[in-house]
Design a protein around this ligand. Structure first.
Ligand SMILES: [Zn+2]
Length: 340
């Protein structure tokens, strides 16, 4: 079984975006902004949006299940206030739940959290619990910078975040550390802000001792860990100067990386540097890079080809494609009890 641990509903019917635009317009009218409003999308529309895109690519590329969440850039936690974010997150998560219900063999849900800059993340607990307990979701996306490129909230290691971590541990679900759209013109969303976010989160974790407080908390750093594998020597050296334990002891019982790296040399570095137990297969399709690489003739985000090209043992391949995901997303077994 091949599990892609990182996919977003980037192909949602246009009604979702229409809802969002109306929600944003209503922010100027205080009475209207307090309402969740309705979203009318039929099952047929959902089927069509998935069958022509993510499901088709799963079949073409030979993957089985995608751990699926709302469009990351669409989370845009900086828009409106906590109520805006709650209503938007609820609609987005409900839509993911419908996708997973229509295609239970192919998708399992991960939720967007209703974060808001300046609002304590404990505010997101109710929606997290609803998604895990009522919808059977197996994780969440946690935005380390709800301000969208201005980094206004405390670092991930601050006690500011502890209430949400306590709930993640209690529910035994991991968080993918995933920023959203950049509203800072210095940072291109998927090319700059995403990779900055991944790298910044890892560096924050080095400087503190978060996993002493939460030994079973699990984070996935996407996009191959940003700059982390390439600069592993720098991070090891900084940790050493800070008198921290070796990174493998300090962070690698709790931090995992995906394979959303869109060329062979990048994947080669990832696998050379990061232990096999900490790498999970992912493609983030349909997502940030949708084109075909003229050098290979293949889609940049067809990451399975890069992993297949590595000289991995059968046991290591099993870890990357399935076993590690089952360990990190412990609730996967509720949906898929045995390998198929
Ligand atoms: Zn993503």
């Amino acid at each position: 079984m091949i599990i892609d641990c990182h996919g977003h509903y980037t192909t949602a019917p246009k009604e979702l975006e229409t809802y969002r635009q109306k929600q944003i317009a209503d922010l100027k009218e205080p009475g209207k902004a307090a309402s969740k409003g309705t979203l009318s999308i039929t099952d047929d529309q959902i089927r069509e949006s998935i069958e022509k895109a993510q499901l088709k690519l799963q079949r073409e590329r030979g993957t089985d299940v995608t751990i699926f969440s709302p469009r990351a850039a669409g989370m845009a936690h900086h828009i409106g206030d906590a109520t805006t974010s709650l209503h938007w997150s609820q609609h987005c998560n409900e839509l993911i739940h419908r996708v997973c219900s229509l295609f239970p063999q192919n998708f399992v849900g991960v939720c967007q959290l209703p974060q808001t800059p300046g609002v304590p993340p404990g505010n997101c607990i109710d929606e997290l619990v609803r998604c895990v307990k009522d919808f059977g979701f197996i994780g969440c996306n946690l935005n380390p910078d709800p301000s969208g490129g201005y980094w206004k909230d405390p670092p991930l290691t601050d006690k500011w975040w502890y209430p949400i971590y306590e709930k993640l541990v209690e529910l035994d679900v991991p968080a993918m550390i995933h920023v959203s759209a950049s509203c800072n013109p210095n940072f291109h969303t998927t090319g700059g802000h995403y990779i900055n976010g991944d790298t910044t989160a890892f560096m924050q974790l080095i400087t503190a001792d978060l996993f002493k407080d939460f030994p079973t908390l699990k984070f996935i750093i996407p996009h191959g860990g940003g700059a982390v594998p390439y600069h592993w020597g720098r991070y090891r050296g900084i940790a050493q100067d800070l008198k921290k334990p070796l990174l493998k002891d300090h962070l690698l019982n709790n931090v995992f990386f995906d394979t959303c790296v869109y060329h062979q040399p990048g994947i080669d570095v990832l696998f050379k540097v990061i232990p096999i137990d900490n790498i999970m297969f992912a493609s983030e399709m349909v997502g940030a890079v949708r084109g075909i690489d003229p050098e290979t003739g293949n889609y940049y985000d067809d990451t399975k080809r890069y992993v297949d090209a590595l000289p991995l043992s059968t046991a290591d391949k099993q870890k990357v494609f399935e076993g590690n995901a089952r360990r990190v997303y412990s609730r996967l077994k509720n949906k898929f009890p045995a390998s198929r």
